[in-house]
Design a protein around this ligand. Structure first.
Ligand SMILES: [Zn+2]
Length: 88
């Protein structure tokens, strides 16, 4: 499992997902072209891996915050702060 940021003592991790690479449902648009099916398969695999990582983290007592590329950074920071407060 890869974390972009981690507070070990509080077991809070932050994962920053690029919307394109991780298949953001907010930003998802129809992908045209001959490789559309191949790309959809690749993104589906990435999303499956992300879900496994979230389960793995939760099973080990970690709280994960997923931040998406399209998010307002201040809103994301507030969500991270809230999660660290819950773990204090
Ligand atoms: Zn997005």
């Amino acid at each position: 499992m890869e974390l972009d940021f981690a507070w070990l003592a509080r077991r809070v991790g932050v994962v920053v997902n690029g919307c394109y690479w991780h298949g953001c449902v907010v930003c998802a648009g129809a992908k045209a072209g001959p490789s559309a099916a191949e790309w959809a398969h690749k993104v589906a695999k990435t999303r499956e891996r992300d879900a496994r990582n979230r389960d793995l983290a939760a099973n080990h007592g970690w709280r994960l915050v997923t931040v998406w590329e399209h998010e307002d950074p201040e809103d994301a920071a507030l969500r991270v702060a809230e999660k660290t407060r819950q773990s204090a």
